[in-house]
Write a protein that binds this ligand. Structure first.
Ligand SMILES: Cc1cc2nc3c(=O)[nH]c(=O)nc-3n(C[C@H](O)[C@H](O)[C@H](O)COP(=O)(O)OP(=O)(O)OC[C@H]3O[C@@H](n4cnc5c(N)ncnc54)[C@H](O)[C@@H]3O)c2cc1C
Length: 498
């Protein structure tokens, strides 16, 4: 591609975290950038809903890997601490196990030791070894797999990378590796469930992902005051300050192409926006299926494996229950079966695991005084045409189960206190954000869909069309998507230097 030294017209499809961050980076390097978003505001899966004074983060709630966020702010000429009031959490989670026992995960190793030794003598020392290994996986993965833009197969498949994959234990299942450190099934659960953040079953994911447990305890789990949507707001306002124009309620109908180039986008409401560069932030499978001419790629992406989805409940309560901490995870029934049901059965377990985020304990502004705001997520299979899925029935069953389980664990009569209620099922994720199969985490992060094997950040044929977001390289989760924005923006800069 020839280097032309002038401002370029960039159109970005979608104002998710990836779209906003990429827009800001490109505007900072002098391009004219417009972001076209189908919904009424920016955020995508890092969205917010306010109902009767209750403020709900609707998707992301866990602020992990702060260094990756800080890197984005600094690349935009800003300091993260000037925009986000971050509070480190201790404990990180309240975990409840199927036998009704519980554990408070905490970065305070003395407190953690006492709890672990009571469950399994000797386990604390093994946890330290497990975390040391996870730390090594993290330090190796960041430069070699996550922050790296693979341009050719040779960069990925070579003796150095093969040695790296062995060191990262990519061929060992995460649950199997955890079982080498902990005998008690509760500890095996406590130090593998985080794979769900990437929409993965720990029974299928590589042992490499113990980097999640490491970063959570070592780098910390944070809460941005005002909720995760503050990240969206901060990045959107920085982008606007850098000159990015946001067009809301403007679904893109097609990405326009001519020969081997994209020429802009057409809008569902009529009209089109010409562009020298198009960046697609909308979900990758959807972009190939619905926005681009059919070249067989949509079917190829469709054959790939997708992560799970969630049934959500957003509840406003007329009182608070002190039993609930800021982040609570309820592991119920048979651990292995719960993942089989989600990933093989594409449904919901009879006794599903669920997660409750109760931000008012950290941030009273999230509910009117004396009231409470709860975010409840139940991981379930994504939308599938292979099996019959009755979402309203599963939604009702999930609701009844959660209320019953909470009552068993000392949160009685919660239903009587619900004064605000909203709910999402996988079809709602699909419809609101155009997510393929309603998968909240997009393409799975299994070994064969990682790094070079994950869809790249530039189109193979239309060389001025770039991709950013959860289903592209390096993957899902807000900090990882920020990296994909950096990689895509970097690619644009190389192709269109100023
Ligand atoms: C329930 C849930 C919980 C999560 N929890 C966490 C967490 O705790 N921590 C964490 O780090 N991550 C979490 N994640 C993952 C994280 O939220 C996502 O990986 C990230 O926000 C994805 O950003 P994105 O930019 O890739 O895409 P999206 O957020 O999907 O943004 C794409 C945007 O494109 C828009 N769009 C789609 N089609 C069109 C069109 N035709 N025209 C115009 N616009 C269009 C969509 O409306 C959307 O705004 C969670 C996700 C979910 C759903």
């Amino acid at each position: 591609m020839s280097a032309i030294r002038e401002n370029r017209n960039v159109v970005i499809v979608g104002a998710g975290i990836g779209g906003i961050a990429c827009a800001a980076r490109l505007a900072r390097s002098g391009h004219r950038v417009r972001v076209v978003e189908k919904n009424e505001k920016s955020g995508g899966r890092c969205d917010r809903m306010i109902v009767d004074g209750h403020t709900f983060d609707t998707g992301a709630t866990l602020f992990l890997m702060p260094r990756l966020y800080a890197e984005t702010f600094s690349a935009l000429g800003e300091r993260m601490e000037d925009h986000l009031d971050l509070r480190r959490l201790d404990p990180t989670y309240h975990l409840y196990f199927p036998d009704d026992s519980s554990l408070q995960l905490t970065p305070d190793l003395y407190k953690l030791k006492a709890q672990l030794e009571a469950i399994e003598p000797g386990s604390f020392e093994r946890l330290l070894n497990y975390l040391a290994e996870g730390g090594e996986f993290y330090r190796l993965s960041l430069p070699n797999l996550i922050n790296r833009d693979f341009r050719s197969l040779a960069e990925f498949l070579n003796p150095r990378m093969l040695a790296l994959f062995l060191r990262l234990k990519t061929l060992t299942r995460h649950t199997r590796n955890a079982a080498r450190f902990f005998q008690d099934p509760r500890l095996q659960m406590a130090f593998t469930f985080q794979d769900m953040y990437m929409g993965l079953s720990p029974y299928d994911s590589p042992a490499t992902y113990s980097l999640m447990q490491y970063t959570e305890l070592a780098d910390g789990l944070y809460y941005p005051m005002g909720g995760m949507y503050r990240v969206t707001e901060a990045l959107t306002s920085i982008a606007e300050k850098l000159g990015v124009e946001f067009l809301y309620n403007a679904p893109v109908e097609k990405i326009l192409v001519d020969g081997n180039r994209s020429t802009g986008v057409s809008l569902a409401g009529g009209g089109s926006l010409p562009a020298d560069v198009v960046v697609a932030n909308a979900d990758l499978g959807y972009v190939y299926r619905s926005l681009l001419p059919d070249d067989g790629m949509a079917d190829r992406i469709d054959r790939k494996e997708y992560g799970c989805s969630t049934i959500m409940f957003y509840w406003g309560l007329d009182r608070q229950f002190s039993r609930l901490g800021p982040h609570n995870l309820f592991l119920n029934g048979d651990y292995r079966q719960s993942f089989e049901d989600i990933f093989k059965g594409t449904t919901m377990s009879d006794e599903p695991n669920f997660y409750i985020h109760a931000p008012v304990r950290l941030d009273p502004s999230m509910a009117p005084e004396g009231r409470d705001t709860l975010y409840v997520a139940v991981p379930v299979g994504h939308v599938s045409s292979r099996v019959a899925q009755d979402w309203p029935a599963l939604q009702a069953r999930a609701r009844a189960y959660i209320l019953r389980r909470l009552a068993e664990l000392g949160v009685p009569d919660l239903e009587a206190h619900i004064i605000v209620e909203r709910s999402f099922v996988p079809n709602d994720w699909r419809n609101r954000y155009n997510l393929t199969r309603g998968s909240t985490h997009g393409l799975s992060h299994k070994l064969t869909q990682m790094a070079y094997l994950r869809p790249h950040n530039r189109h193979e044929r239309y060389r001025n069309l770039y991709f950013v977001g959860a289903s592209t390289h390096p993957g899902t989760g807000v900090p990882t998507v920020l990296v994909s924005a950096a990689l895509a923006a970097q690619r644009v800069q190389e192709d269109f230097p100023r």
